[in-house]
Design a protein around this ligand. Sequence first.
Ligand code: M6R
Length: 612
Amino acid sequence: MCGIVGYIGYREAWPIVLKGLKRLEYRGYDSAGIALMNNSGQHIYKKAGKVAVLEEFAEAHDKSGTSGMGHTRWATHGVPSDRNSHPHTSNNEKLSIIHNGIIENYATLKEELTNRGHEFKSDTDTEVLIHLIEEIQEIEQIDLLEAVRLALHEVNGAYAIVIMDKEHPDRLIAARKGSPMVIGVGNGEYFIASDATPIIEYTKNVIYLKDGEIALMTREDLLIKQLDNVIQTPLIQELELKLEMLEKGGFDHFMLKEIYEQPRSIKDCMRGRIYPEEGKVQLGGIKEFAEKLKNIDRIIIVACGTSWHAGLVGEYLIEEYARIPVEVEYASEFRYRNPIITEKDVVIAISQSGETADTMAAIEMAKERGATIFGICNVAGASIPRLTHAGVYTHAGPEIGVASTKAFTAQVTVLTLMAFYMAQQKGTITTSKLIELLTELDHIPEKIQVALESNDLIKEVAEKIKDSTNCLFLGRGSGFPVALEGALKLKEISYIHAEGYPAAEMKHGPIALIDEEMPVVFIATQNSSYEKVISNIQEVKARKGKVIAIVTQGDTEVKKMADYCIEIPDANEAFLPLIATIPLQLLSYHIAVMRGCNVDQPRNLAKSVTVE
Ligand code: M6R
């Protein structure tokens, strides 16, 4: 939530910061702002709306300067408006700040500062922090870095901040706790951003700022210290990210590009991890826990949104193959319960971004109670991989569309591999069975490619149901999480109300909604629940519902009943979610485009939910 970018060096800062904000817009897009330092002082431009609105607004203004910082906002405190947009300034207007996160004790601090004569120009928590820093600096008569350090001891919550000082235009100060920050190291220049995407075209050398660290950047130097004042030696790492990964590559939207990338992303996810001829799975990231996995009592999967749906698929697979009991928990609920966790439990935290606040809090709680924590994450170097004991990256590449697509199938792939790996360790699967499963899994990317070829047909179906106000998605077994994911995709990007349900649960309530206006999407492939799903389709048809069925290639039974059938290649039930999800992603995509929605940046949403 919220994207931040800063620059200090020898180049013009405006184009770097502006372009960086466009790259970070997936993190928040209700307002944007940029502050620049030049010979005539500090210039702040900020506007409600997208970065493009800010760009247009600043067109005729002075945009020179070789240091600057910018922010794209996802509102938490205060409505999206010009005045609530970042950067915010201190009482004397000498200091300015951009912030990603939430200052939880801002109300108390604001009251105290107001009583001491501070006047606030916005409704944000962020402005309170910069007033506090200014006050500490004035009272203590200390330099800004020290004032920031002391002020951060007084705030609760999460932050990634960048601060500029009119009196020292040759400095940027940054700090983080709970919200991500990467420093790009150039020659005579430094970059800072919420992730590496604004930095990649200028330098590959980065430093991931750690929680509780403050950085002071000048053109020539970088100083990093901890909140307790201990100076740190920065670890410079080389980025693996490539520029073309951040572009649409000829597609109309990132979401469509990312849907079409899935044959490749799943291959990347499996590369070096499966050995079909030997019937072997290798997961380097968790191998030091191989012995432990033989004796664990239980697995708890924690995640949010789409990642939680992937967790449900994982539950089916791990229980089926490794015979370990699995519970799948919403991280936001789990963290506030008092769950029974023992040292024999393994918690698997799933997160595309690796920054989801609730998932991070759930990890911390489970860790305190002695559990072993594995992460499944897409973004390298994010916070969750740092918090966990071990983990497996999904290697799906950057996912820019807010609606998760390739990250979901990559998460499911990793969970499939984990289920087989655990089964291998525990001896609950034979080598010959593993050879059979892994040989098929190896060819799943080709089957996904075939599923993508139904795009034109899916577009026709989308045209028929695009004006619906509601939609039901039904499935059984591992088709149920697929139904949930299909419903989430549709609602988040097209704003059509959609519900996912286990097909058999329909008669316990949702059946009351069915009439000729209600499209019902069934996962009706030929697996163990095929006959049962056919009965459920008949129940819907008997009430004049419109049935869209995802069926196995060559199906004849469902075709007799359904209004529209979309075929996918036949596959072992274990791999069904990987293929059946594809047409649902495309269906949501086309419906959203036809309804004129902003597919990549749906209203009210952000890609990384770094607030609870
Ligand atoms: O980055 P995470 O996987 O932790 O994010 C979890 C959810 O916020 C995310 O999956 C969300 O539901 C997506 N918008 C779904 O498309």
